[in-house]
Design a binder for this molecule. Sequence first.
Ligand code: AMP
Length: 414
Amino acid sequence: MTEFSMLGLAPRLMKALEAQGYTDPTPIQAKAIPHILDGRDIMGLAQTGTGKTAAFGLPLVHQLLQIGTAPTPKTARALILAPTRELANQITDNLSGFIKGAHLRITHVVGGTSINVQIKNLTRGTDILVATPGRLLDLIDRRAISLSETRFLVLDEADQMLDLGFIHALRKIAPLLATPRQTLLFSATMPKQMNELAQTYLNNPIRVQVSPPGKAADKVTQSVHFVQQTGKTALLKRLLAAHPGELALVFGRTKHGSERLKKQLEAEGFAAGSIHGNKSQGQRERTLQDFRNGKIKVLVATDVAARGIDIPGVAYVYNFDLPNVPENYVHRIGRTARAGATGLAVAFCSPEETDELRAIEKVMGLSIAVASGTRPAEAHKAHKPQPSKRNGPPQGSKPRRRFSGQKSRQRAAA
Ligand code: AMP
Protein backbone atom coordinates (compact mmCIF):
# COMPACT_ATOMS: atom_id res chain seq x y z
CA MET A 1 0.00 0.00 0.00
CA THR A 2 1.21 3.51 -0.82
CA GLU A 3 2.02 5.77 2.12
CA PHE A 4 2.10 9.56 2.07
CA SER A 5 5.84 9.44 2.85
CA MET A 6 6.42 7.63 -0.48
CA LEU A 7 4.86 10.40 -2.55
CA GLY A 8 7.65 12.96 -2.15
CA LEU A 9 5.58 15.75 -0.62
CA ALA A 10 7.27 18.62 1.23
CA PRO A 11 7.90 18.01 4.97
CA ARG A 12 5.64 20.95 5.79
CA LEU A 13 2.79 19.21 4.00
CA MET A 14 3.50 15.94 5.78
CA LYS A 15 3.04 17.79 9.07
CA ALA A 16 -0.20 19.37 7.86
CA LEU A 17 -1.49 15.93 6.87
CA GLU A 18 -0.69 14.60 10.30
CA ALA A 19 -2.49 17.54 11.90
CA GLN A 20 -5.57 16.81 9.74
CA GLY A 21 -5.52 13.17 10.74
CA TYR A 22 -4.82 11.82 7.24
CA THR A 23 -2.75 8.68 7.69
CA ASP A 24 -2.76 7.01 4.25
CA PRO A 25 -3.49 8.42 0.82
CA THR A 26 -6.82 7.49 -0.75
CA PRO A 27 -6.61 5.61 -4.10
CA ILE A 28 -7.10 8.76 -6.19
CA GLN A 29 -4.38 10.52 -4.18
CA ALA A 30 -1.95 7.60 -4.54
CA LYS A 31 -2.56 7.53 -8.29
CA ALA A 32 -2.69 11.24 -9.12
CA ILE A 33 -0.15 12.91 -6.82
CA PRO A 34 3.07 11.45 -8.37
CA HIS A 35 1.98 12.47 -11.90
CA ILE A 36 0.99 15.96 -10.79
CA LEU A 37 4.34 16.39 -9.05
CA ASP A 38 5.93 15.36 -12.38
CA GLY A 39 4.15 18.28 -14.00
CA ARG A 40 1.71 16.19 -16.05
CA ASP A 41 -1.83 17.22 -16.95
CA ILE A 42 -4.45 14.99 -15.34
CA MET A 43 -7.93 13.92 -16.22
CA GLY A 44 -9.24 12.49 -12.96
CA LEU A 45 -12.42 10.54 -12.74
CA ALA A 46 -13.47 10.57 -9.10
CA GLN A 47 -16.54 11.41 -7.08
CA THR A 48 -16.78 13.68 -4.08
CA GLY A 49 -15.78 11.72 -1.00
CA THR A 50 -12.82 10.02 -2.66
CA GLY A 51 -10.34 12.64 -1.42
CA LYS A 52 -9.98 14.33 -4.80
CA THR A 53 -9.51 17.82 -3.31
CA ALA A 54 -6.30 16.72 -1.60
CA ALA A 55 -5.35 14.73 -4.72
CA PHE A 56 -4.91 18.00 -6.60
CA GLY A 57 -4.46 20.31 -3.59
CA LEU A 58 -1.40 18.63 -2.05
CA PRO A 59 0.81 18.53 -5.17
CA LEU A 60 -0.37 22.01 -6.10
CA VAL A 61 0.64 23.43 -2.73
CA HIS A 62 3.90 21.45 -2.90
CA GLN A 63 4.80 23.12 -6.21
CA LEU A 64 3.80 26.59 -5.00
CA LEU A 65 5.92 26.16 -1.86
CA GLN A 66 8.99 25.70 -4.07
CA ILE A 67 8.61 29.17 -5.63
CA GLY A 68 9.65 31.13 -2.56
CA THR A 69 8.62 34.62 -3.72
CA ALA A 70 5.36 36.51 -3.25
CA PRO A 71 2.99 36.74 -6.22
CA THR A 72 2.79 39.96 -8.25
CA PRO A 73 -0.10 42.27 -7.18
CA LYS A 74 -3.45 41.44 -8.80
CA THR A 75 -2.28 38.08 -10.10
CA ALA A 76 -2.87 34.46 -9.11
CA ARG A 77 -0.40 31.61 -9.51
CA ALA A 78 -2.98 28.87 -9.45
CA LEU A 79 -6.65 29.03 -10.37
CA ILE A 80 -9.19 26.49 -9.14
CA LEU A 81 -12.56 26.76 -10.83
CA ALA A 82 -15.56 25.19 -9.12
CA PRO A 83 -19.18 25.12 -10.29
CA THR A 84 -20.83 26.16 -7.01
CA ARG A 85 -20.15 28.47 -4.10
CA GLU A 86 -20.42 25.57 -1.68
CA LEU A 87 -17.75 23.60 -3.47
CA ALA A 88 -15.49 26.66 -3.76
CA ASN A 89 -15.83 27.22 0.01
CA GLN A 90 -15.16 23.57 0.74
CA ILE A 91 -12.01 23.57 -1.44
CA THR A 92 -10.77 26.77 0.22
CA ASP A 93 -11.30 25.31 3.69
CA ASN A 94 -9.56 22.09 2.76
CA LEU A 95 -6.54 23.80 1.17
CA SER A 96 -6.27 26.38 3.97
CA GLY A 97 -5.54 23.46 6.28
CA PHE A 98 -2.59 22.46 4.06
CA ILE A 99 -1.00 25.91 3.91
CA LYS A 100 -1.38 26.85 7.58
CA GLY A 101 1.81 28.59 8.71
CA ALA A 102 3.28 28.72 5.18
CA HIS A 103 3.86 31.95 3.26
CA LEU A 104 1.17 31.07 0.71
CA ARG A 105 -2.01 33.08 0.26
CA ILE A 106 -5.35 31.61 -0.74
CA THR A 107 -8.25 33.79 -1.86
CA HIS A 108 -11.72 32.75 -2.85
CA VAL A 109 -14.11 34.70 -5.02
CA VAL A 110 -17.72 33.59 -5.40
CA GLY A 111 -20.97 35.30 -6.23
CA GLY A 112 -23.45 36.44 -3.63
CA THR A 113 -20.90 38.28 -1.51
CA SER A 114 -19.37 41.75 -1.78
CA ILE A 115 -17.23 42.15 -4.89
CA ASN A 116 -15.46 45.15 -3.34
CA VAL A 117 -14.03 43.05 -0.53
CA GLN A 118 -12.82 40.57 -3.14
CA ILE A 119 -11.22 43.32 -5.22
CA LYS A 120 -9.39 44.50 -2.11
CA ASN A 121 -8.28 40.96 -1.22
CA LEU A 122 -6.78 40.54 -4.68
CA THR A 123 -4.70 43.73 -4.71
CA ARG A 124 -1.67 42.03 -3.16
CA GLY A 125 -1.98 39.05 -5.49
CA THR A 126 -2.60 35.48 -4.39
CA ASP A 127 -0.93 32.09 -4.72
CA ILE A 128 -4.19 30.20 -5.01
CA LEU A 129 -7.43 31.63 -6.32
CA VAL A 130 -10.56 29.52 -5.85
CA ALA A 131 -13.42 30.89 -7.95
CA THR A 132 -16.79 30.31 -9.48
CA PRO A 133 -16.60 31.26 -13.17
CA GLY A 134 -19.17 34.09 -13.24
CA ARG A 135 -17.63 36.11 -10.42
CA LEU A 136 -14.14 35.55 -11.79
CA LEU A 137 -15.15 37.02 -15.17
CA ASP A 138 -16.62 40.05 -13.35
CA LEU A 139 -13.34 40.60 -11.55
CA ILE A 140 -11.34 40.22 -14.75
CA ASP A 141 -13.60 42.79 -16.45
CA ARG A 142 -12.96 45.19 -13.58
CA ARG A 143 -9.21 44.58 -13.92
CA ALA A 144 -9.07 43.39 -10.31
CA ILE A 145 -7.17 40.26 -11.36
CA SER A 146 -4.97 39.20 -14.25
CA LEU A 147 -4.40 35.53 -15.08
CA SER A 148 -1.26 36.20 -17.13
CA GLU A 149 0.91 34.57 -14.43
CA THR A 150 -1.41 31.66 -13.71
CA ARG A 151 0.47 28.47 -14.49
CA PHE A 152 -1.83 26.00 -12.73
CA LEU A 153 -5.47 25.46 -13.60
CA VAL A 154 -7.80 23.05 -11.80
CA LEU A 155 -11.30 22.37 -13.10
CA ASP A 156 -13.19 20.65 -10.30
CA GLU A 157 -16.46 18.77 -10.80
CA ALA A 158 -16.17 19.56 -14.48
CA ASP A 159 -19.29 17.55 -15.34
CA GLN A 160 -21.36 19.78 -13.10
CA MET A 161 -19.73 22.78 -14.72
CA LEU A 162 -20.98 21.56 -18.09
CA ASP A 163 -24.46 20.99 -16.63
CA LEU A 164 -24.55 24.54 -15.35
CA GLY A 165 -23.51 25.96 -18.72
CA PHE A 166 -20.12 27.29 -17.66
CA ILE A 167 -18.45 26.19 -20.86
CA HIS A 168 -18.77 29.72 -22.31
CA ALA A 169 -17.10 31.21 -19.25
CA LEU A 170 -14.31 28.67 -19.54
CA ARG A 171 -13.79 29.58 -23.20
CA LYS A 172 -13.22 33.17 -22.12
CA ILE A 173 -11.03 32.36 -19.13
CA ALA A 174 -8.67 29.71 -20.56
CA PRO A 175 -6.94 31.93 -23.18
CA LEU A 176 -6.09 34.47 -20.46
CA LEU A 177 -3.88 32.01 -18.58
CA ALA A 178 -0.10 31.73 -18.88
CA THR A 179 1.50 29.13 -21.15
CA PRO A 180 2.83 26.61 -20.59
CA ARG A 181 0.62 25.64 -17.72
CA GLN A 182 -0.45 22.54 -15.88
CA THR A 183 -4.13 21.67 -16.06
CA LEU A 184 -5.93 19.24 -13.80
CA LEU A 185 -9.49 18.25 -14.61
CA PHE A 186 -11.63 16.32 -12.14
CA SER A 187 -15.07 14.98 -12.83
CA ALA A 188 -17.43 12.50 -11.16
CA THR A 189 -18.85 11.24 -14.45
CA MET A 190 -17.45 11.19 -17.95
CA PRO A 191 -20.06 12.38 -20.44
CA LYS A 192 -18.88 12.59 -24.05
CA GLN A 193 -18.36 16.35 -23.83
CA MET A 194 -15.67 15.75 -21.22
CA ASN A 195 -13.34 14.30 -23.83
CA GLU A 196 -13.83 17.41 -25.95
CA LEU A 197 -13.07 19.54 -22.91
CA ALA A 198 -9.92 17.51 -22.24
CA GLN A 199 -8.78 17.76 -25.86
CA THR A 200 -9.23 21.53 -25.83
CA TYR A 201 -7.69 22.39 -22.49
CA LEU A 202 -5.34 19.56 -21.50
CA ASN A 203 -1.95 18.64 -22.87
CA ASN A 204 -1.38 14.89 -23.24
CA PRO A 205 -3.20 14.16 -19.97
CA ILE A 206 -2.80 11.09 -17.83
CA ARG A 207 -6.14 9.55 -17.01
CA VAL A 208 -6.60 8.46 -13.41
CA GLN A 209 -9.80 6.96 -12.14
CA VAL A 210 -10.99 5.26 -9.03
CA SER A 211 -14.63 4.68 -9.74
CA PRO A 212 -15.60 4.63 -13.39
CA PRO A 213 -19.19 5.60 -14.15
CA GLY A 214 -21.39 2.56 -13.98
CA LYS A 215 -18.96 0.74 -11.71
CA ALA A 216 -21.22 1.26 -8.71
CA ALA A 217 -23.75 -0.69 -10.73
CA ASP A 218 -21.49 -3.76 -10.67
CA LYS A 219 -22.01 -4.14 -6.94
CA VAL A 220 -25.48 -2.65 -6.64
CA THR A 221 -28.56 -4.68 -7.43
CA GLN A 222 -30.98 -2.32 -9.10
CA SER A 223 -34.71 -2.58 -9.51
CA VAL A 224 -37.59 -0.34 -10.47
CA HIS A 225 -41.21 -0.24 -9.35
CA PHE A 226 -43.68 1.27 -11.80
CA VAL A 227 -46.09 3.06 -9.51
CA GLN A 228 -48.42 6.06 -9.53
CA GLN A 229 -46.99 9.14 -7.83
CA THR A 230 -49.76 8.92 -5.22
CA GLY A 231 -48.86 5.31 -4.41
CA LYS A 232 -45.17 5.94 -3.74
CA THR A 233 -45.38 6.73 -0.02
CA ALA A 234 -47.35 3.57 0.80
CA LEU A 235 -44.92 1.48 -1.27
CA LEU A 236 -41.93 3.01 0.49
CA LYS A 237 -43.40 2.32 3.92
CA ARG A 238 -44.06 -1.30 2.93
CA LEU A 239 -40.51 -1.81 1.65
CA LEU A 240 -38.91 -0.07 4.64
CA ALA A 241 -40.99 -2.13 7.06
CA ALA A 242 -39.69 -5.32 5.43
CA HIS A 243 -36.09 -4.46 6.41
CA PRO A 244 -36.38 -2.60 9.71
CA GLY A 245 -32.77 -2.78 10.90
CA GLU A 246 -31.12 -1.55 7.69
CA LEU A 247 -30.01 1.99 6.88
CA ALA A 248 -31.94 3.43 3.95
CA LEU A 249 -31.26 6.62 2.03
CA VAL A 250 -34.30 8.01 0.21
CA PHE A 251 -33.89 10.60 -2.53
CA GLY A 252 -36.62 13.15 -3.12
CA ARG A 253 -36.68 15.87 -5.75
CA THR A 254 -37.75 18.91 -3.74
CA LYS A 255 -37.01 20.30 -0.31
CA HIS A 256 -40.69 20.46 0.64
CA GLY A 257 -41.51 17.03 -0.75
CA SER A 258 -38.59 15.50 1.14
CA GLU A 259 -39.60 17.18 4.40
CA ARG A 260 -43.21 16.05 3.99
CA LEU A 261 -42.12 12.49 3.29
CA LYS A 262 -39.88 12.45 6.35
CA LYS A 263 -42.81 13.62 8.52
CA GLN A 264 -45.11 10.97 7.05
CA LEU A 265 -42.52 8.31 7.85
CA GLU A 266 -42.05 9.59 11.38
CA ALA A 267 -45.81 9.56 11.90
CA GLU A 268 -45.74 5.83 11.06
CA GLY A 269 -43.05 5.22 13.65
CA PHE A 270 -39.98 5.09 11.39
CA ALA A 271 -36.80 6.65 12.83
CA ALA A 272 -36.42 9.14 9.99
CA GLY A 273 -34.45 12.32 9.35
CA SER A 274 -34.04 14.69 6.42
CA ILE A 275 -31.33 16.83 4.87
CA HIS A 276 -32.04 19.45 2.22
CA GLY A 277 -31.42 23.10 1.41
CA ASN A 278 -33.81 24.39 4.10
CA LYS A 279 -31.75 22.85 6.87
CA SER A 280 -28.85 24.70 8.43
CA GLN A 281 -25.36 23.27 8.18
CA GLY A 282 -25.50 22.40 11.88
CA GLN A 283 -28.80 20.54 11.50
CA ARG A 284 -27.47 18.65 8.49
CA GLU A 285 -24.37 17.58 10.33
CA ARG A 286 -26.33 16.41 13.38
CA THR A 287 -28.75 14.43 11.22
CA LEU A 288 -25.89 12.80 9.31
CA GLN A 289 -24.24 11.87 12.57
CA ASP A 290 -27.48 10.28 13.81
CA PHE A 291 -27.75 8.35 10.56
CA ARG A 292 -24.13 7.25 10.73
CA ASN A 293 -24.54 5.81 14.21
CA GLY A 294 -27.91 4.23 13.48
CA LYS A 295 -30.11 6.49 15.63
CA ILE A 296 -31.91 7.35 12.41
CA LYS A 297 -32.57 4.44 10.04
CA VAL A 298 -34.14 6.33 7.15
CA LEU A 299 -32.64 9.52 5.75
CA VAL A 300 -34.63 11.50 3.18
CA ALA A 301 -32.36 13.75 1.13
CA THR A 302 -32.22 15.95 -1.94
CA ASP A 303 -29.34 15.63 -4.41
CA VAL A 304 -27.60 18.84 -3.48
CA ALA A 305 -27.67 18.09 0.25
CA ALA A 306 -26.49 14.53 -0.31
CA ARG A 307 -23.48 15.46 -2.43
CA GLY A 308 -20.33 14.10 -0.91
CA ILE A 309 -21.97 12.25 1.96
CA ASP A 310 -20.17 9.05 2.70
CA ILE A 311 -21.90 6.59 5.02
CA PRO A 312 -20.55 3.06 4.81
CA GLY A 313 -23.55 1.15 6.21
CA VAL A 314 -26.23 2.25 3.73
CA ALA A 315 -27.91 -0.93 2.48
CA TYR A 316 -30.73 0.60 0.45
CA VAL A 317 -30.95 3.64 -1.78
CA TYR A 318 -34.51 4.50 -2.75
CA ASN A 319 -35.02 6.82 -5.69
CA PHE A 320 -38.41 8.01 -4.49
CA ASP A 321 -38.35 10.59 -7.28
CA LEU A 322 -36.13 10.01 -10.30
CA PRO A 323 -33.48 12.66 -10.89
CA ASN A 324 -33.77 15.06 -13.86
CA VAL A 325 -30.09 14.69 -14.63
CA PRO A 326 -29.36 11.00 -15.26
CA GLU A 327 -25.80 11.21 -13.92
CA ASN A 328 -27.28 12.03 -10.51
CA TYR A 329 -28.69 8.49 -10.47
CA VAL A 330 -25.10 7.22 -10.66
CA HIS A 331 -24.14 9.51 -7.74
CA ARG A 332 -27.16 8.40 -5.75
CA ILE A 333 -26.76 4.65 -6.10
CA GLY A 334 -23.04 5.06 -5.40
CA ARG A 335 -24.08 5.93 -1.82
CA THR A 336 -24.69 2.23 -1.18
CA ALA A 337 -22.38 -0.75 -1.78
CA ARG A 338 -19.39 1.17 -0.47
CA ALA A 339 -16.15 -0.47 0.59
CA GLY A 340 -16.86 -3.74 -1.18
CA ALA A 341 -20.29 -4.30 0.40
CA THR A 342 -23.30 -5.06 -1.74
CA GLY A 343 -26.25 -2.74 -1.90
CA LEU A 344 -29.70 -2.38 -3.30
CA ALA A 345 -30.95 0.55 -5.35
CA VAL A 346 -34.69 0.75 -5.71
CA ALA A 347 -36.28 3.24 -8.08
CA PHE A 348 -39.90 4.38 -8.09
CA CYS A 349 -41.03 5.43 -11.55
CA SER A 350 -44.38 7.18 -12.00
CA PRO A 351 -45.97 7.43 -15.49
CA GLU A 352 -44.66 11.03 -15.64
CA GLU A 353 -41.08 9.88 -15.09
CA THR A 354 -40.62 7.34 -17.88
CA ASP A 355 -38.42 9.76 -19.88
CA GLU A 356 -36.14 10.17 -16.86
CA LEU A 357 -35.91 6.39 -16.48
CA ARG A 358 -35.02 5.94 -20.16
CA ALA A 359 -32.28 8.59 -19.86
CA ILE A 360 -30.88 6.82 -16.77
CA GLU A 361 -30.87 3.41 -18.47
CA LYS A 362 -29.09 4.94 -21.46
CA VAL A 363 -26.36 6.48 -19.30
CA MET A 364 -25.96 3.27 -17.30
CA GLY A 365 -26.05 1.12 -20.43
CA LEU A 366 -28.52 -1.31 -18.88
CA SER A 367 -32.15 -2.14 -18.49
CA ILE A 368 -33.18 -2.01 -14.83
CA ALA A 369 -35.06 -5.10 -13.64
CA VAL A 370 -38.76 -4.51 -12.97
CA ALA A 371 -39.76 -5.29 -9.37
CA SER A 372 -43.44 -4.43 -9.68
CA GLY A 373 -45.84 -2.75 -12.10
CA THR A 374 -45.44 -2.65 -15.85
CA ARG A 375 -42.91 -0.77 -17.96
CA PRO A 376 -45.25 1.57 -19.88
CA ALA A 377 -43.68 1.62 -23.35
CA GLU A 378 -43.06 -2.09 -23.22
CA ALA A 379 -46.40 -3.23 -21.88
CA HIS A 380 -46.70 -5.74 -24.73
CA LYS A 381 -43.56 -7.59 -23.66
CA ALA A 382 -44.22 -7.46 -19.94
CA HIS A 383 -44.32 -11.26 -19.77
CA LYS A 384 -40.67 -11.32 -20.90
CA PRO A 385 -38.64 -9.54 -18.22
CA GLN A 386 -35.43 -7.95 -19.47
CA PRO A 387 -32.37 -9.42 -17.80
CA SER A 388 -30.37 -6.77 -15.98
CA LYS A 389 -27.16 -6.13 -17.91
CA ARG A 390 -24.45 -4.95 -15.60
CA ASN A 391 -21.90 -3.42 -17.90
CA GLY A 392 -20.89 0.21 -18.04
CA PRO A 393 -22.24 2.56 -20.71
CA PRO A 394 -21.73 1.36 -24.27
CA GLN A 395 -18.87 2.95 -26.20
CA GLY A 396 -19.94 6.22 -27.72
CA SER A 397 -23.27 6.28 -25.90
CA LYS A 398 -24.60 9.79 -25.66
CA PRO A 399 -26.01 10.64 -22.28
CA ARG A 400 -29.10 12.74 -22.62
CA ARG A 401 -28.66 15.91 -20.71
CA ARG A 402 -31.36 18.12 -19.31
CA PHE A 403 -30.81 21.78 -18.90
CA SER A 404 -34.03 22.78 -17.17
CA GLY A 405 -33.44 25.42 -14.56
CA GLN A 406 -29.96 25.97 -15.94
CA LYS A 407 -30.13 29.74 -15.95
CA SER A 408 -31.34 30.10 -12.38
CA ARG A 409 -28.86 27.54 -11.12
CA GLN A 410 -26.09 29.34 -12.98
CA ARG A 411 -27.08 32.62 -11.38
CA ALA A 412 -27.19 31.00 -7.98
CA ALA A 413 -23.73 29.59 -8.42
CA ALA A 414 -21.95 32.55 -9.97
P1 AMP B 1 -13.15 15.13 -1.06
O1 AMP B 1 -13.44 13.94 -1.96
O2 AMP B 1 -11.94 15.87 -1.47
O3 AMP B 1 -14.36 16.00 -0.88
O4 AMP B 1 -12.79 14.55 0.39
C1 AMP B 1 -13.71 13.88 1.18
C2 AMP B 1 -13.32 13.87 2.65
O5 AMP B 1 -12.23 12.98 2.88
C3 AMP B 1 -12.87 15.21 3.22
O6 AMP B 1 -13.52 15.39 4.45
C4 AMP B 1 -11.40 15.10 3.40
O7 AMP B 1 -10.93 15.89 4.46
C5 AMP B 1 -11.23 13.63 3.68
N1 AMP B 1 -9.93 13.08 3.22
C6 AMP B 1 -9.31 13.34 2.05
N2 AMP B 1 -8.16 12.65 1.94
C7 AMP B 1 -8.06 11.91 3.07
C8 AMP B 1 -7.08 10.96 3.55
N3 AMP B 1 -6.01 10.64 2.84
N4 AMP B 1 -7.30 10.41 4.75
C9 AMP B 1 -8.40 10.72 5.47
N5 AMP B 1 -9.35 11.60 5.08
C10 AMP B 1 -9.19 12.19 3.89
